[in-house]
Ligand binder design. Sequence first.
Ligand SMILES: C[S@@+](CC[C@H](N)C(=O)[O-])C[C@H]1O[C@@H](n2cnc3c(N)ncnc32)[C@H](O)[C@@H]1O
Length: 405
Amino acid sequence: MPKYIFMLGQASDLAKAELLFCLGPSKHLDIIGPNFIVAETTQTSQELLAKLGGTIKIAKFLDKIDSLEKLDASLWQKYIEGGLSKNEKIFFGFSLYNDSQKNYQAINRKALSLKKQLQSQDYKARLVTSRQAELSSVIIAKNKLLGRELIIIKHDNYWLLGLTEVVQDFADYGHRDIGRPYRDDKSGMLPPKVAKMMINLGAGQSLPKNILDPFCGSGTILQEALLLGFKNVYGSDISSKATKNSLDNLAWLKANYKLPGLATIKNSPVQKLSQAFAKTKFDLIVTEPFMGNALIIQKTTDIKTLQNIQSELKNLYQEAFEEFYKVLSDKGKIIFVFPIFILDNKKIATLDEEAISSLGFVLQKPWPNSGQLSATGNIIYNRVGQKVAREITLWQKKLNLVQPL
Ligand SMILES: C[S@@+](CC[C@H](N)C(=O)[O-])C[C@H]1O[C@@H](n2cnc3c(N)ncnc32)[C@H](O)[C@@H]1O
């Protein structure tokens, strides 16, 4: 079975969980520090990259070596042989992760001797380098380095070698984030990659028959669900402006991408969800709910203000889960974001596990061992310096337990 090295993006805990869920159970899987996973899979790197929001590079696994001496110009040439042609200029390069500047220089010398070796064989070879030891996706795309970028990862006392096959399409993600007609910066928008990771956590390897976002805002989760191939996508929001924005954004999406799915969007408060969707049972609910007035939360230095918001939100979330119970199918799953407010060193969490469990739900924690978990064992998504962290949770109705990874 083909073996790959997966490189994870910034939200690496979320990305790690997403990847493991999408790969499914695997006997041959190694987690290499916070940013890399090595795994065997029958899915192609292109298929996987298109599906995953948190993986930024996938390389074919080549070898594991215990000394850099073993990597010489002739071995390196063998690795990139498939990408060589005498009819065009050949760009090649390498990225070194988790290693010293000294070793970077040593590998750079090997790369230069490979360049000489290729030139002596009549190839028009050019070595691509950047200021960093790692080549960015932009550099890789610009210089057509797929199949010709060697990645070298130092871990414990060995190095993993791989050849980059695909990198995340940064331009397309940017296009669907800032290119769409409506962005609502006031109530906060989820980056499309995070929306996609959340959907994948709930969906796993095969797509459920439908999905609902009951706080759909500008429709980021609905958009990513359609792009992932969901056939039936549902959204609702208390604000008629948000409902209209979602509809306009999805119309824009349909005009720009080929999408098989249909979206239904309703103007309804979450408290009346079971009336708004009286005839539909959902297999998956994925949502980033209302997280309090962003302007007040950003400005305030008063813990009481945040505690008041905390208790209002706890009530709202409880009301939401009461309705979720009515519209969720028995085996359905919920991915729900609970904000955590950070003031100085204090964390004010809005998750009340007991209250929500008492409604007939179980909080599942099948995540891989990782550093960025909350005190309650859920995944945290947080950007440095942000005042609101997102605690990402997975729920099912009681007795429907997810197998731990
Ligand atoms: C954080 S935003 C969601 C943003 C969305 N994830 C996106 O990327 O565009 C929260 C949304 O919840 C909506 N909302 C607030 N209270 C609600 C309620 N009681 N029922 C349904 N929607 C509500 C707001 O109108 C807002 O659009």
